[in-house]
Design a binder for this molecule. Sequence first.
Ligand SMILES: *[C@@H]1O[C@H](CO)[C@@H](O)[C@H](O)[C@H]1NC(C)=O
Ligand SMILES: *[C@@H]1O[C@H](CO)[C@@H](O)[C@H](O)[C@H]1NC(C)=O
Ligand SMILES: *[C@@H]1O[C@H](CO)[C@@H](O)[C@H](O)[C@H]1NC(C)=O
Length: 447
Amino acid sequence: MVALSKFAILGLLGSLVHATLQVVPGGTWTATNTGRHVQAHGGGVLKVDSTYYWVGEDKTNGSAFQNINCYSSSNLVEWKYEGALLSRTSSGDLGPDRVIERPKVVYNKATKKYVLWMHIDSSNYGEAKAGVATGDTPCGKFEYKSSVQPLGFESRDQGVFVDDDNKGYLLTEDRKNGLRIDLLSDDYLTVNSSTYLWADSIEAPAMIKKNGVYFMFGSKLTGWDPNDNVYSTATKISGPWSAWKSFADSGSKTYTSQTNFILPFGDGAVYMGDRWVSSNLMRSTYVWLPLTLSGTTASMKNAVNWVPDVSSGSMTSGPGENIYEGESATLSGGAKSISCSTCSGSNAAGYIGGTDAGVLTFSSVQSNVAARTTIRIKYLNGDSSQRFASVSVNGGTAQTIAFVPASGDPNSSSLNVDLKAGVNTVKISGVNGGWGPDIDRLMVPVS
Ligand SMILES: *[C@@H]1O[C@H](CO)[C@@H](O)[C@H](O)[C@H]1NC(C)=O
Ligand SMILES: *[C@@H]1O[C@H](CO)[C@@H](O)[C@H](O)[C@H]1NC(C)=O
Ligand SMILES: *[C@@H]1O[C@H](CO)[C@@H](O)[C@H](O)[C@H]1NC(C)=O
């Protein structure tokens, strides 16, 4: 009895110590094995056993269809690129200059197939169709089937919802009539019948059911620009559905994001939104935040960072942080302090990497505990493409971290590392002779 509870307490402490990897909404999220910003825009996340699969749009080269990418993670923070479910073909629905948006994968228990629905369109959005593909694994190659205007209506932004009784529904924006819920066939491959229609102009649909209440989330129609997103609730999927209400701080434009998916998590859910940068879509970032669902109310607050604990389902605030200024670290090679009016201390460390192989070394980074954790690197990158840096902690294996363009105020890039208790060294250098970002400061969890 005594031994058991002691074991339980040690287990709890163990999980507290290690569960400090953070989601940094709006930051650069570098995939672990590509060294590049995750390209999974407008996507969705599917949990299979203990693995999360994130399927979304590759916007590396702008808006036209390139790939539907898949990444995997065991903790919702560190994402590994697994490959593309679908890639551009020489002609047809997946051909050059096509629009393919908002891919969503669900599992069909009866057919044992993964089913992918997506918006299929011509470059001027004139076709307005939904397309479907199937796969045997959540993250492998998918076989594209066909596209359709569901029940004869236009379909642009879309999502998929699977109910407790395994019935599948297509959520589809019909510009002429409103937002629809359509019942899918038992194999989820065709649209069976109309379930509900809101005669409101709402796009970016995402649905979740919590304690018997259906929540439908979506945004108003303001193109790539964000607005105050809204939700509606019902106790039956066929309605009646409530009036639309906002769930984030009024006027925040959903913390500058647009809904793409709502992931069930613990007692609540994770809101997953896109912060689109329409002028350069590849640098669009992901705004993921804890969403509270209580009765028929959904609410969400902004956060600079937060910690998802996949084992307990808790979503907690980011830890206290120590701050280390770039210009105060050891600058070697060509690296030097530069003035930067928007940076803390009005300076940053510049000329990292490049022709004179500038290196920045932070040699007194403190942590109270040994932990795998997330350091936020506050940086600037005035280019229109990503910059990269090689980062090594305590002399260990270097990892490549990406930095999407950021001018004006410094942005954050997540660096996930093992810190030891006590003093750590973080060394930042260039990659293959390229210039790294200008580094304003490191924000390092205290514990
Ligand atoms: C990145 O910086 C720009 C200003 O350059 C700002 O508008 C944007 O909100 C920042 N993003 C984040 C995630 O802080
Ligand atoms: C983007 O364009 C470059 C240059 O044409 C090409 O090498 C690369 O494969 C493209 N990437 C994608 C994802 O389409
Ligand atoms: C689809 O509609 C037909 C009638 O048109 C019905 O018999 C069938 O059960 C429906 N499928 C589902 C999944 O409800």
